[in-house]
Every structure is written in C-alpha cells, then in structure tokens.
Design a protein around this ligand. Structure first.
Ligand code: SF4
Length: 373
C-alpha cells in the first residue's frame, strides 16, 4: 500500500518554533514550482492508498495554483482512500474550501495550534482564535466531515488550567480528530535562540508531563480515542495516511525536501526550491541522499515506528510484515523495557502475543523507539 505525499513549502510567515522546510510566498516562484510538480504528478501511473498534501502551508497557494495542482492529481485522487490537505486558518477562504472539497479532498487538517490568543501570539502565529474557529466552521459548512486540528501544549506562557480550557473548547468543535503536540525547541529555530538568550524560559518537564497526562485522560472521555502518542480520533476517523506510515509501508514523496520509501530504499529530495525546479526542468535527478535498508534494519525501523501506536506491535502481524520474529530480534531491549514498566505484553493462552506502551511509557516514547532501533 503506497501513499503519496506532496510538499508545498510556502508559508505566509515563519513561526518561531518551526523546523520544517518552509519559505515565504513568492508568486512567480510558486507558479514555477506548481507547474513543475504538476508535470511530475501527471506522469504517476499507479494507485495510491492515500494522498497527503503537506507543508509549509498548501493553502497559501492562490486559487489558480491550487486548482492547477488539484487538477494534476484528479485522475489518481479519485481512486485513493483518503485525500488530506494541511491548511492554516489565515489562508482559508470559502472559495478555497469549496475548491478543495469539489476536487475530492475529503480530509482537512487545520493548523489551529491554540485557541488562546496570548499563546498564539507568543508562538508567532499570524491568526487568532476567532479566525481559527471561523475556518473550522467554514470547512464544516462546505462539506468537510473529516476535520483535524493540531494543537500545541507546553508553551512557556501557559498553565495547566489554560490547557484544560483549550481541550474543553476543542472537543465542542465539529472536528473528528485532534493532534496534540508538546512544544519542542529545535536547533536552528528562532525559539531555540530565544531560549539561549534567556528571552524565553521553557516550562519544566513535570508541567508538560501533567498537561500530556491531562490530554490522555480527558480526550478519550470525550470520545476521542488515543491511537498514537499524539493523535486522538473519533471512531473511524483515524488518519489512514499516518497509519500507513506507522506500519512503515511505502510512500512516495513529491516536491522539495520530500522523502520517499519504496522497496526498502529511502530517498530524500534536495531542499533548495530553485535548484529543484531547475533540475526537474532539465530532467535531472532531485534526490540528494539514498539509503538502501537491509531487511533487518527495515524490520527494526518498523518496530520503532509502530510501537508509538497505542495498539503496539502484534507479533503475528510483525512476522507477516517484516519476515522477522519480533522477540528474536528485540528480546533484550523488550525484556528490559517491560521490567521498567514502559512496555507491557498482551498475553493470550499464557503466551505474549503483542507488546505496547504503558501509560508511563507514553511519556518516554522517543527513548523507547530509539532503544528498539
Ligand atoms: S505555518 Fe507551519 S510550516 Fe509554516 S512556518 Fe509555521 S509551523 Fe512552519
């Protein structure tokens, strides 16, 4: 099951904490880029399980460019199971939403980030909570029944009570999926510099852990089941694209800085947009790194990614998926993590049949994943 990812790198403004490849919107550059990737997309002649247009901010494209991209995708998007676009509130208009829905996009992921204006301002976002709510309502009114919102917690200016208020407000919205991410301080971001210069003092880990615990307790009570460390959905609205990724299945990445993983080979595209366009126009490769994974390394990666889902790793599924016996591959690390109560077995007929993270383990998922690699 191969998924397709398309990267649109433009954003209205760089956010303080952002570590993604994104650049300011320039009309002529955007035109050349969309022309280039649309040509590339039209040559794709296979059935994709899911399609995901991400960024950057895909909805920063103006209507004719968005239309050109969606038209290029039309023959393959009709056959896929889920077609998602990422959007930011400040770039969503009724006209754009109608165009998206009319072009077969059936899932929209809105970068709300917060419903608290003070927090949005601190993060350097250019929308306010009113605009975020309006964009959600517009999406719902124009036929989107599968809406995700992204929220960030652990911002230096907020309290646990503030975060509780946001969660309470979020579950009242017409959304089926909520992704909650803890704020991270990535190198090379303005926020990282602000911390270094003592302009910003991060919240203690213990407070962030309380916020996460609150999220995990509260959202499931409101029928948003947690199915991955950061993701909560109403039943049947789990993101198929991400589930496919978490099973370490194939994906093809189109666009600048996009990554593909096909038949055990991982390829990364170059990050300079002008160079990307130039090379594509000349028919040259845009791949800047290639890694061929051994069957064992691919199996270990599958374990490291899949363990982040709440269902964890079913040993039968793992053998079928990778050809390896999970316990033979991971025995030492798993035993130790189970002993530390970070992982737990699912036992059937007195035999462990699966392993998944415990509530305590959810707080240390990154470390668990790296121990499985
Ligand atoms: S809108 Fe998203 S991708 Fe763009 S700068 Fe902000 S965080 Fe980064």
């Amino acid at each position: 099951m191969t998924s397709l990812y398309i990267h649109i790198p433009f954003c209205a403004k760089k956010c303080l904490y952002c570590d993604f490849y994104s650049i300011g919107y320039e009309k002529e550059l955007a035109q050349a880029y969309i022309k280039t990737i649309s040509r590339q997309i039209k040559l794709l002649n296979e059935k994709f399980y899911t399609i995901y247009i991400g960024g950057g901010t895909p909805t920063s494209l103006d209507i004719p460019l968005l239309h050109e991209l969606l038209k290029a995708l039309s023959s393959i998007s009709k056959k896929c199971n889920e077609f998602t676009i990422e959007a930011n509130p400040e770039t969503l208009s009724q006209e754009k939403i109608k165009l998206l829905r009319g072009s077969g996009v059936n899932r929209i992921s809105i970068g709300v980030q917060s419903l608290n204006d003070k927090k949005l301002k601190a993060l350097g976002r250019i929308h306010n909570s009113g605009r975020a709510l309006e964009s959600i309502r517009l999406a719902e009114k124009n036929g989107f029944s599968n809406i995700n919102i992204d929220l960030i917690f652990g911002v230096w200016s907020e309290t646990v009570a503030d975060w509780r208020d946001e969660l309470r407000a979020a579950v009242k919205l017409p959304v089926k999926h909520i992704s909650c991410y803890s704020l991270t301080y990535e190198r090379h971001t303005q926020l990282f510099k602000n911390v270094k210069n003592k302009v910003v003092v991060p919240l203690p880990d213990s407070i962030c852990a309380r916020m996460y615990k609150l999220t995990m307790d509260y959202l499931p009570k409101q029928k948003f089941r947690q199915y991955e460390i950061s993701n909560f959905a109403k039943r049947g609205f789990e993101c198929k694209h991400n589930l496919n990724y978490w099973e370490n299945n194939s994906y093809m990445g189109v666009g600048v800085s996009a990554v593909s993983f096909i038949n055990g080979v991982r390829e990364k595209n170059i990050s300079g947009i002008k160079e990307y366009i130039r090379k594509m126009q000349k028919g040259k490769s845009v791949v800047c790194s290639t890694e061929k994974l051994s069957a064992k390394k691919a199996a270990l990666e599958t374990a490291a990614i899949k363990i982040r889902t709440i269902d964890g790793i079913d040993f039968g599924w793992f053998r079928k998926r990778t050809g390896f016996d999970f316990m033979a591959l991971e025995k030492g690390a798993i035993k130790m993590l189970v002993k530390e109560k970070l992982l737990k077995y699912r036992i059937t007929n007195k035999q462990p049949k699966a392993v998944s993270v415990t509530e305590k383990g959810l707080l240390f998922c990154d470390s668990i994943s790296s121990q499985l690699l």
